[in-house]
Design a binder for this molecule. Structure first.
Ligand code: BGC
Length: 760
């Protein structure tokens, strides 16, 4: 697939060829969504067999006794026409004037097709739909029908009962009723009997009600004259008992509101909402259209995956594109998705962190269950914060036996990753209230977990962390993973700084927190000792290399392409315990290189390690190319950075990651890769780093990028940054909460007030 062709129009992604040949991916990349629900970009006549799906936040349900996940609800925008006894489905050989696309500026999926029946009846249908941002429960869909000859069209439109579900039937009760002019699905989820309502209303010609196993529809016949056009508008609304007490009334009212406003007004409201979002996260690349489009497409997916409207829901690793990865959050949420919001719309970043606060109890339960103190956050976190990651995630495709991976109990960096992000949030926003009300407690609980998890090496008098997985998931059971130890040390040190701050400013709050968490002064002192003596592998004196974990350099040194030849089956899992990579230096994804994104290191050290590890990284995780892009840019290998940028931003467009791995379905939009796109541009190419009270830039723009302009927020002030050639202009649009230092390469200026500052 050629990226230029797919993205040849401004703001539009066009699916090449007939979508039905690859219904999963074509409807993946064209999906619409709004952080409350995601609706795949399927044609109106596609059903569960072609992955039609509307995934809804806050509907976690365990139906098969094993995997809890979000629910997909029945599709209330189903439309199937029939001309001359022939169904108007996209595989029809008579279909021409085909199109399938997504406008990613406003989140609109659209498509069209023209059919000629054997007797020459000739009809064209075009449609569009979007998940509304002015009413998050609503999806309007408009269908235009144009007769190119006299035709008799019969169609049914309504609620399709066939639901694509990955792990069991989530509706133990499913009832379809008519409520005056509306058709309604009333369901109850299998585990918690959560009421879920899906309502439908059609505005257009009248018809008979058709009800049966396939769902509840209106059946309509139209006699059209040549040249005649007609429009049908359909509204779908979803509510659950977690949204409101009476979801049925809410759904009906929402439909009625939509009908009285009408399609055009709803569209204007929705569009305005998106325009505001794009203004907040404005970014423009002059000189390279493709990069601009890729960046914006990925930012679109980061936005629609994020339940920005609430502080209670996670960002799923596949967003709301389907149920894969259980609709739940991984470390991806803080390290990949959140930074774009932190610098463009910090209230969303705050919501995401409050979600972690609200799931603290689950993290504490997990720590206790495993014999530790404090908060060990779930590797896969849903509504309660209890661990959703199953013990057996993949299976050995050769023997069929399940593999006991330890993503859930050994991948401990998730907890200090959250501390890291809390600290960054505070650094960038200066939001003391957040620290007092939520942040400090999480930091203390995570510190307590680390305190209980470290190992004191008496012989060397240092603290070590054993039996973990770092970001590279192939090497489980590793000791002293440098990334993990570094994050743990940082988390402990920064927590102690926050404690000190509270002691000076809010001693009562601190003593309450100490009581609540059980972190008394003695423990604080011990934490200080642990942070001070935490073992962090140093760069080798001769070659600057940092070992990923104890013994890594002793493993067989082989490159991914060569190693691949040892596979018996293409589908084999490469990692622990018996995978081909486990006893080699081949890593699944960035690990030491990932650390450089989060912590400052000298350029020569970054470079030595980047070159070493890059050659040994398989990039089997979609998280990996973006990290390589950032670091390659920071060390000045711009052309490689540019290639990794494109690779990271097109993971879904070119469908480079198969939907199934080791027998488990993990397809869908790779939201971490989407989230990191903004970071590649700003932290990578613009070289932006925030420190305590300072914001620095060290740009390395790709050759084609003449100018990079973007808006960002720092310390309450909105900045417009323009980087061109060897210059940088910063327009500060309002006074910052506190003065801060702006650095550009080796120049420094203090930013105190509204105005413009130039460098270079
Ligand atoms: C990666 C993890 C990531 C997860 C969800 C895995 O393949 O190795 O780092 O958190 O996918 O995106």
């Amino acid at each position: 697939m050629n990226l230029e062709t797919i993205l040849n129009k401004k703001d539009v992604l066009t699916v090449p060829g007939f979508s039905a040949k690859d219904p999963f991916n074509s409807s993946n990349i064209t999906m619409t969504g709004n952080g409350y629900l995601g609706y795949r970009g399927t044609f109106p006549d596609w059903s569960a067999d072609k992955y039609a799906g509307c995934t809804v936040t806050d509907t976690f349900d365990l139906a098969d006794g094993k995997w809890k996940e979000l629910c997909n609800v029945p599709n209330a925008l189903f439309f199937l026409g029939e001309l001359d006894g022939q169904a108007l489905v996209i595989e029809s050989e008579n279909c021409s004037a085909f199109s399938h696309s997504l406008n990613y500026r406003y989140g609109v999926t659209s498509g069209s097709g023209r059919w000629k029946s054997d007797r020459g009846e000739d009809l064209e249908i075009s449609w569009e739909r979007y998940a509304s941002y002015s009413d998050l429960h609503l999806i309007p869909q408009k269908i235009n029908i144009k007769a190119h000859s006299d035709c008799s069209l019969h169609f049914k439109a309504g609620i399709d009962s066939h639901i694509w579900s990955l792990n069991g039937n989530h509706f133990s009760l499913a009832q379809y009723d008519q409520y005056s002019d509306k058709l309604v699905f009333q369901g109850k989820t299998t585990e918690k009997e959560l009421p879920v309502i899906v309502a439908h209303r059609l505005i257009g010609p009248e018809g008979e009600i058709l009800s049966g196993e396939d769902g509840l529809f209106r059946q309509i016949s139209l006699d059209l004259k040549k040249g005649e056009e007609t429009t049908i508008v359909m509204y779908m609304v979803v509510y659950s008992g977690n949204d409101v007490d009476d979801p049925l009334s809410a759904a009906i009212q929402s439909i009625d509101r939509a009908v009285s406003k009408g399609y055009n007004t709803l569209w204007d409201e929705h569009k305005k909402n998106w325009e505001h979002k794009w203004e907040q996260s404005f970014i423009a690349i002059e000189g390279d259209d493709l990069s601009q489009k890729l960046l914006q497409y990925n930012m679109y997916h980061n936005i629609i995956s994020t339940p920005a409207h609430t502080d209670s829901h996670p960002i799923g690793a596949r967003g709301l594109s389907c149920q894969a990865y259980q609709g739940s959050a991984f470390w991806d949420q803080e390290i990949y998705n959140l930074p774009m919001f932190l610098y463009t719309n910090p209230s969303v970043a705050k919501n995401i962190l409050i979600y972690r606060y609200k799931t603290l109890a689950g993290a504490k339960r997990k720590a206790e269950r495993l014999g530790f103190g404090g908060a060990f956050y779930a590797w896969i976190s849903g509504d309660t914060g209890d661990e959703l990651c199953p013990d057996y995630f993949f299976k050995d495709v050769i023997t069929g036996r399940k593999i006991r991976n330890h993503f859930n109990d050994w991948q401990i960096h998730i907890s200090p990753d959250i501390s890291y992000t809390i600290i960054k949030y505070f650094e960038v926003t200066g939001d003391e209230d957040f620290i007092r009300d939520y942040g400090a407690e999480m930091l203390l609980e995570i510190a307590l977990f680390l305190y209980s998890r470290v190992h004191h090496n008496l012989f060397k008098d240092r603290y070590e962390i054993h039996k973990v997985l770092g970001p590279d998931e192939y090497h489980e059971n590793a000791d002293n993973n440098t990334f993990t130890n570094t994050q743990a040390k940082f988390a402990l040190e920064k927590t102690l700084e926050i404690v000190q701050r509270l002691k000076e400013k809010d001693p009562d709050v601190l003593s309450e927190l100490q009581q609540k968490t059980g972190v008394n002064d003695k423990k604080l002192n011990q934490m200080k000792e642990i942070a001070g003596k935490m073992y962090i592998p140093e760069p080798d004196e001769k070659n600057g290399l940092i070992e990923q974990f104890d013994g890594y350099f002793q493993l067989e040194d082989i490159k991914p392409a060569e190693l691949k030849a040892r596979l018996i089956d293409e589908q084999e899992y490469w990692g622990w315990p018996n995978g081909i990579a486990y006893e080699t230096q081949v890593t699944k994804q960035a690990d030491v290189v990932q650390m450089f994104v989060l912590h400052d290191f000298p350029v020569d050290i970054m470079k030595a390690n980047y070159l070493y590890y890059e050659a040994r990284t398989q990039h089997r995780s979609s998280l990996s190319p973006g990290v390589h892009a950032i670091i390659a840019a920071q060390i000045g290998i711009e052309d490689q950075a540019y290639d990794y940028f494109k690779r990271s931003c097109s993971v879904d467009i070119v469908n480079s990651h198969p939907p199934t791995s080791g027998g488990t379905f993990i397809g869908g939009i790779h939201t971490a890769a989407c989230g990191i796109a903004w970071q590649i541009a700003v932290s990578g190419f613009a070289g932006m780093k925030s420190g305590e009270g300072s914001l620095s830039f060290n740009p390395h723009l790709p050759e084609k990028w003449q100018t990079l302009t973007f808006s960002m927020k720092y310390r309450g002030c909105t900045l417009k940054i323009v980087i061109r050639d060897k210059t940088m202009k910063v327009e500060c649009q309002n006074e910052p909460d506190q003065p801060f230092i702006l650095k550009w390469r080796d120049q420094e200026k203090v930013l105190k007030e509204k105005g413009e500052i130039s460098f270079g």
